[in-house]
Ligand binder design. Structure first.
Ligand SMILES: Nc1nc2c(c(=O)[nH]1)N[C@H]1C(S)=C(S)[C@@H](COP(=O)(O)O)O[C@H]1N2
Ligand SMILES: [Mo]
Length: 573
């Protein structure tokens, strides 16, 4: 085996050990984040439009596991090159390893969950162990003394020159004194420090296996400690005792304290019991998921607090118990993502438990005339720094804008913002629905939040949309009664009418509407079509509570949300 190959293997093995040890440590301590994950997170933040793509917010989520893998493999490759480099210059190799360590440390420290001291110790310790592994392998595989290393590096140049002339000079198997590089190494190896090729491979392999095993054990422990990964549902909601009706104070603008703390189960006639229809309340486990976080922040709600900051008279902090002791309500709110394509699945309906945003602001002493000004926004900031912002009057115009801590009767799932998030009816998630909320800042409307910086429109009202759920494109249907059904939504405005066309929009038929749960909720529709054999282009369109019908013009999701009619081609036989 070429000496440079051995050196490269030593370097790569060292990196694997570093990652493994770091993963193992972080599985034991919430104060220490995962290095590859935080590095990937920084890459996403520093490359607007690259992974967190400009065209859709969904690709970023799908690409993140690939990104983490690339970070790990890339580091192992660079470390292997550094191992080879160490034959020429130990100093340069050390500097390279140190630089990798610094990138890892800086990334890890900038993570919201990182505590400086344990994180630094963990990263430095893991890097040192990796270096020791690489060094040990180098010594065992190549030779120990500085002299030999220097000899190696001194000869590396000529070895290269030699191999340029005669490519095979360096090849494994070219035994004997003809090869200067190996020849010199052999000499200085008289101290018996090198091991045989077989045992070098076992040593290096052992190091890699140990590193990978450490990472695996770490991941396993994390999985055990994470109830959601273990398949358990979030805990049932048990907010601090709070007798409904005791409103914090009378000034609350839209805080009708009569709002129920829990909703009755949806009435039977709120949904049609037909195949393909989505459940009227989306189970948390199938609620659509969009965010820029590679792993959801782990927040201990006993240490959590919400701060109300910015142009407020007195900056204010509220604990979880304080929040959940305020009058709260359960509200039906359909949420959707601006990235959703026409007919797509990035829309779900939840029963959210939370305190009115206006009540929280009021409690914090934010004066209503300040909020009434048109040129300001409320920016919700997540523990991971992500931000969404909307005009201040949204909090006051009567809609049920919530500081939410429950979904469908349970605590928020970690993926969906545990312990507290914002849910604002009628706004797409990217401008409003901050998960893992830790701060609400009153600031100038001119300030651009995360997705605005990446080309999406500033206001983000949810457009009226409808979807066909019971028929898929290309379906072969049998003649007779065919159920064409699905959902339509126009949060804050409600759905007044849904029409179905089977002839590509030439003629329209009124669909039957299920009972509307709430103006903020999606509404099911059903058109029982008497189908005769033929080819059909089926479409749907909805009219909102203001009497406005969704536009037929087709637009891509970016910048303001996809428009056009959901269209499905079907054959009736
Ligand atoms: N902290 C944080 N909150 C976030 C996001 C995010 O990336 N980070 N994404 C937003 C977007 S674009 C949407 S559509 C909704 C999705 O919420 P869900 O994943 O609970 O369905 O969350 C919003 N809140
Ligand atoms: Mo979104």
């Amino acid at each position: 085996m070429k000496i440079r190959t051995k050196a490269a293997i030593a370097g790569g093995a060292g990196a694997v050990v570093t990652f493994g040890v770091a993963e193992l440590i972080q599985s034991f301590s919430e104060a220490v984040p995962s290095i590859p994950v935080t590095v990937s997170q920084r890459v996403i933040e520093l490359t607007p439009g690259a992974l967190a793509t400009e065209a859709t917010q969904t690709v970023g989520t799908a690409a993140t596991p690939i990104l983490v893998t690339c970070v790990v493999i890339g580091t192992v490759i660079v470390s292997a090159l550094l191992g080879a480099l160490s034959l020429r210059s130990k100093l340069a190799a050390f500097a390279g390893a140190a630089a990798i360590g610094v990138v890892g440390l800086v990334s890890a420290l900038s993570d919201s969950a990182a505590v400086a001291m344990p994180t630094t110790l963990a990263v430095v310790g893991a890097v040192l162990l990796g270096l020791a592994t690489a060094g040990g392998l180098l010594v065992s595989g190549i030779g120990s003394s500085d002299e030999s290393a220097e000899a190696g590096s001194a000869n590396a140049g000529s070895a290269n020159a030699g191999s340029a002339n005669a490519g095979s000079a360096n090849a494994e198997g070219s035994e004997g004194g003809a090869e200067p590089f190996r020849g010199r190494m052999r000499e200085s190896d008289s101290s018996q420090t090198t091991v045989s090729r077989g045992s070098f491979i076992s040593l290096a392999g052992g190091a890699v296996v140990a590193g990978a095993a450490a990472a695996g054990v770490g991941r396993f422990i994390l999985g055990q400690g994470n109830p959601e990964a273990a398949g358990n549902a979030p805990a049932p909601l048990q907010p601090a005792s709070n007798t409904s009706g005791e409103a914090t104070d009378a000034e609350t603008t839209n805080g009708d304290s009569e709002a129920p703390q829990t909703l009755d189960p949806p009435p039977e006639d709120a949904s049609f019991d037909i195949e393909g229809m989505p459940e009227i309340i989306t189970p948390a486990a199938s609620f659509y998921l969009i965010d820029t976080a590679i792993t959801s922040p782990r927040i201990n709600r006993d240490n959590w607090s919400l701060s109300i900051s910015g142009e407020v008279d007195n900056p204010f902090e509220m604990t979880y118990d304080e929040l959940t002791s305020m009058p709260y309500r359960e509200s039906d709110i359909t949420m959707s993502c601006v990235s959703n394509e026409v007919g797509g699945g990035l829309v779900s309906h939840g029963r959210w438990t939370g305190v009115l945003l206006s009540d929280v602001l009021n409690e914090a002493g934010v004066s209503m005339d300040k909020l009434g000004r048109g040129n300001e926004q409320l920016v919700g900031r997540s523990v991971d720094g992500w931000e969404a912002g909307f005009k201040t009057d949204i909090a006051l115009d009567g809609r049920e804008a919530l500081v939410a801590f429950g979904l469908n009767g349970d605590e928020l799932p970690r993926k969906h913002g545990y312990p507290v998030r914002l849910v604002i009816p009628g706004l797409y998630g990217y401008v409003s629905a901050t998960k893992w909320l830790e701060e609400i800042e009153l600031t100038d409307w001119g300030y651009d939040v995360y997705w605005i910086q990446r080309g999406w429109s500033k206001e983000g009202p949810v457009l009226t949309q409808s979807r066909i759920d019971t028929i898929e494109g290309g379906d072969e249907l049998s003649a007779g009664t065919v159920n064409i059904g699905g959902v339509a939504w126009a949060p804050t405005r409600g759905i007044e009418r849904v029409e179905v066309s089977t002839d590509g929009g030439e003629s329209w038929n009124d669909a039957e509407l299920a009972t509307q749960l709430d103006d903020d909720a999606w509404r099911q529709y059903l058109y029982e079509w008497d189908a005769e054999p033929g080819e059909y282009t089926i479409q749907v369109r909805a009219t909102d509570g203001n009497g406005d019908t969704q536009t037929e013009d087709e637009a891509a999701p970016i910048p303001s949300g996809a428009t056009g009619y959901h269209t499905v081609e079907a054959t009736v036989a």
